[in-house]
Write a protein that binds this ligand. Structure first.
Ligand SMILES: [Zn+2]
Length: 220
């Protein structure tokens, strides 16, 4: 409610309430040009608070209603923990609203991340995590794992979803996760992906070379 004579930081009437605090009296004590006011908190404690802090700094108690904050949890850590939980839920919990598009069609989270939030957090912070980005899978049919993920803008995500890369071997063209299920493929999807996408192997060699073998010829 507006008053004709607005309250100033050095003239707050006794009885004025700020959250849990009720102003009792103005004190002689000053800090610079700020007067202090004795206030009673709802918990019974009496405190001396500068008028400017009551009016402008949102001081509403003696401190008793402030939940203790764990010092180790930064805002970005909390956001990452939320992203981590949602990622696991949509891949593992049939009750999750997005399960059909993730766990329901075989998208999983790598063991390293499922079991260890710290591993996911560290990878994120080392790989361009920012508040305005979201976790995107490079291959839309691949799972959540360091090799298949990056932090992307929504724009990049949409572009990626509509353009899944296809690869050709022996005259057949398929997406990589389908190639990984081909009987000729000797390695896991992630190994295949690493070889083809990051190491530049020819697809035939990447498929036919066993896990611990070196490629016969990786040149194109
Ligand atoms: Zn209190």
């Amino acid at each position: 409610m507006m008053r004709n004579c607005p309250m100033s930081k050095n003239a707050i009437p006794a009885g004025t309430i700020f959250g849990h605090l009720t102003v009792l009296e103005r004190l002689e004590r000053v800090s610079g040009d700020n007067r202090y006011f004795r206030c009673r908190c709802a918990c019974g404690a009496e405190v001396e608070v500068q008028g400017s802090h009551l009016l402008y700094s949102g001081i509403t108690s003696c401190g008793c209603d402030r939940p203790p904050r764990p010092k180790t949890s930064s805002p970005s850590e909390r956001r990452l923990r939320t992203a981590w939980r949602h990622m696991i839920n949509r891949c593992t919990d049939p009750a999750d609203k997005d399960y059909g598009n993730y766990g329901g069609r075989g998208i999983s989270v790598c063991p390293e991340w499922v079991n260890d939030f710290g591993a996911f957090r560290d990878w994120s912070l080392e790989n361009g995590y920012a508040e305005d980005l979201s976790l995107d899978r490079i291959d839309n049919d691949g799972g959540y794992a360091p090799i298949n993920c990056h932090w992307a803008t929504i724009c990049e995500q949409n572009r990626n979803t509509s353009r899944v890369r296809r690869y050709t071997a022996w005259g057949e063209t398929k997406i990589l996760s389908v190639w990984a299920e081909d009987p000729r493929c000797q390695v896991s999807y992630f190994a295949l992906r690493q070889r083809v996408v990051y190491l530049g192997w020819k697809l035939e060699a990447a498929l036919l070379t066993g896990k611990h073998e070196r490629p016969q010829s990786k040149a194109a």
